[in-house]
Design a binder for this molecule. Sequence first.
Ligand code: ME8
Length: 518
Amino acid sequence: MAERYYLTTAISYPNGRPHIGHAYEFIATDALARFKRLDGYDVFFLTGTDEHGIKMLQTARREGLEPRAFADANSAEFKRMTAALGGSNDDFIRTSEERHYESCRAIWQRMAEAGDIYKDSYSGWYSVRDEAYYGEDEITLKEDGQRYGPQGTPVEWVEEESYFFRLSAYQDRLLELYEQNPDFIGPAERRNEVVSFVRSGLRDLSVSRTTFDWGIPVPGDEKHVMYVWVDALTNYLTATGFPGEGDRSAFWPADLHVIGKDIVRFHTVYWPAFLMSAGLPLPKRVFAHGFLFNRGEKMSKSVGNVIDPFALIDAYGLDRLRYFLMREVPFGQDGNYSHDAIVNRTNSELANDIGNLAQRSLSMIAKHCNAKVPTPGALTNADEAILAEARRLLVGAREAIDRQEIHAVLAAIVALVSATNRYFAGEEPWALRKTDPERMGTVLYVTAEVVRRVAILLQPFVPESAGKLLDVLGVAPDRRSFSELAPERALAPGSDLPAPQPVFPRFVDPLAEEGAKG
Ligand code: ME8
């Protein structure tokens, strides 16, 4: 039986249209999911929308809509985005679904039975934008007379009857968790921040609200709705069929939650504490990626500089967008994107490096080897060296993927392609055609085999283009998983190659063309 692997994105607030930050997180998680599937895992990949809470309610009201109708309309846009991004998610959860209500009631009851929930009254600071409670020590009063939380969002004073979760009782167990599982939080900077936050002391957490009703009612006290983050985090359990014991229940605990760096506290402090209280196993790892900036400026719905992912797909094509986002920004760090950066990166690496290597070698095979994979003769040191580098790729890629260093996998692929371009240029197969055709066949074979390996490993990142490249190599659809990277599964000499076609065309800038004409 294949080993299971359960990974999730954060569930987005559908309080507006999806933006490039949402697309970024989804593409990265999709690439990780595809990598694991190709590597033989039984993968469950979850994404969805987080629909309750005061922020959703207020935005719906501003638009003159009932919160449910508002959530329906925007959640559909997020779902459309996952399809437009070529998403391979196995489920799309909405927190407004009945299955989720049942799951939230169940986790609440377990926490209550554990003695961790009590009624009191809350007074303190709340940020609607973050849907977060902040301590007095985390608040700054700015010159505009407004107070702000640690993420720079405005806070308001809240006083109401509320249920509390005994978070303070979990401080030691959480510190022990981080200590004993150093990989629980990645990257390391995020882990350090969390450890020092927890060391500084935890207050009990208000986990219900009474001033609005757009949420999941607290079992036995329907005047209260659950705090949106109790509800939101529980989505990861809901999708496995909790509290039932369905086909998916074996996927819990999750192997990986992929989230942005602004919501680390919820996932690495509150979430494990809720699960400990409920007597449920903890996720194995939480990885926080950085923020994406539009030429350095933070994007947000309220700032109004959001870039529409659908427009980017239209402008560049899906695989260019996916490649750029995964390659340009080291996963875990903040990054920038701009038109020029997308064009330069994809033209130089996809079109020039990878595309040309495939095109040069495969068109020579078509012309000079009767469109059949040539039979290699004795291998030289240069042949052996480049094949060995290509064979090493998978091992390194697996290690990098388990640390979510997606960019490192692409960097290694590009390095191999550059080395292979140098090899190809150095061997001069076009000259060998006259002097030593057998040797030409060997060089073309070695190159095509490297291209096959590169194409197989590129599938998680640029699924459509990598698929086309495997088509032109004549690799059957059932011969594309990572098990085909075993040495004995190399390209079979003598097999037919379809007519070569360019797979990674250059991006021709419509604006530059205009300029050139004018
Ligand atoms: O936080 N760059 O929802 P959300 C990169 N509902 N990532 C970004 C980003 C940017 N500019 N902007 C947002 C929520 N993100 C909650 C999550 S999970 C149980 C509940 C990321 O719509 C953000 O960090 O505000 C988060 O991981 C995801 O997009 C959804 O953000």
